[in-house]
Write a protein of this length. Structure first.
Length: 140
């Protein structure tokens, strides 16, 4: 298995709370940044999605906070798609410090929304495969 797609992020001071820890909501922003980065690397842009009348949606997110992150910490945020049979898929993400300590694990359930019908597409795997220029980055 190849390495998961990853983006590097540096924790900025304004993202921290009164204790100096990365604010819990910012983990979601980092995860979203990694997801859009892998989609873009795979050839799927927001404009392409809009032109095709579909868009990715998040249906559920679970975060396990394992270690604190502080201003200046550099982290790698991974993104691995898990495709099954049906209208939804999972996205597993980790936030890992430079010393390889896992700071957080994020598991999401997503789908592809038909923007006209306002319903999930029946086969998101097929839709994403058709849109991507490099579907291998998305586990396809």
């Amino acid at each position: 298995m190849s390495e998961p797609f990853s983006v590097r992020v540096t924790v900025r001071g304004y993202e921290t709370d009164v204790q100096g820890h990365l604010n819990q909501a910012v983990y979601l922003s980092y995860a979203e940044h990694a997801r859009w980065s892998v989609l873009q690397a795979a050839g799927i842009s927001q404009s392409l999605l809009a032109d095709r009348g579909v868009g990715p949606i998040v249906l559920e997110t679970t975060i396990r906070y394992l270690r604190e992150l502080l201003t200046g910490d550099e982290v790698d945020v991974t993104c691995v798609f898990e495709w099954g049979e049906g209208k939804t898929f999972r996205i597993r993400q980790t936030v890992t410090k430079a010393d390889k300590t896992v700071a957080a694990e994020i598991i999401g359930v997503g789908g592809i929304l038909d923007l006209k019908l306002r319903k999930l597409v029946a086969d998101p795997r097929k839709t994403v495969t058709e849109l991507a220029t490099d579907p291998g980055l998305l586990g396809l």
